[in-house]
Design a protein around this ligand. Structure first.
Ligand code: FMN
Length: 162
């Protein structure tokens, strides 16, 4: 068997992917919790499934993964400050929604105003995967807004130029 790749080489190489930036959030047993994520990926059209990978070191990991439902807000290129806030560069994981305009998706999970789209999910299953948990959900509602996506590439926020 070949040796595993050095984790920093892996992170650096996959960092060359350009990813959309989302905020994954849920109404948990201890209130709203959410985090910035670039690992959101659609999986299936019928049924409509998508996954997101949540770091086990995220302080609210257990609460988020245990929630019956979660919502994903796809951030616009005007929401970099929210990406930073929900990445923990600001209030701790408990206060992230304070003063941030949001609405409630049908599941009761919070979605951020100004997002270019949001989707609401019923949790289907969660799988442990290394130092992350893969959270798989079935979409139950979706709404699109306007604007351009916020992207992340090689450790920096970038915008579409067109
Ligand atoms: C652009 C960007 C993308 C991120 N993507 C993910 C991700 O897909 N999954 C994840 O668990 N954390 C991701 N993070 C990190 C989490 O947002 C961060 O670890 C978390 O909010 C820390 O919360 P805590 O300080 O309460 O533990 C990302 C951060 C940034 C800035």
């Amino acid at each position: 068997m070949r040796d595993a790749l050095d984790p920093s080489a892996f992170r650096s190489a996959v960092g060359r992917l350009a990813s959309s930036v989302v905020v994954v959030a849920a109404r948990t047993t201890e209130g709203f919790r959410g985090l910035t994520a670039s690992s959101f990926t659609p999986v299936s059209w019928e049924p409509p499934l998508a996954l997101v990978c949540v770091d086990a070191f995220f302080r609210a990991h257990d609460l988020l993964v245990a929630a019956d439902a979660f919502a994903v807000s796809i951030l616009s290129d005007r929401q970099e400050f929210l990406a930073e806030r929900f990445a923990g560069r600001g209030p701790g994981s408990t206060g992230r929604f304070e003063d941030v305009p949001h609405d409630l998706a049908p599941s009761g999970a919070p979605v951020l105003r100004g997002a270019i789209a949001w989707l609401d999910f019923r949790r289907v299953v969660s799988y442990p995967a290394g130092d992350h948990t893969i959270l798989l959900g079935e979409a139950t509602a979706a709404q699109e807004g306007g604007g351009s996506p916020l992207l992340y590439h090689a450790g920096r926020y970038v915008r579409l130029s067109r």
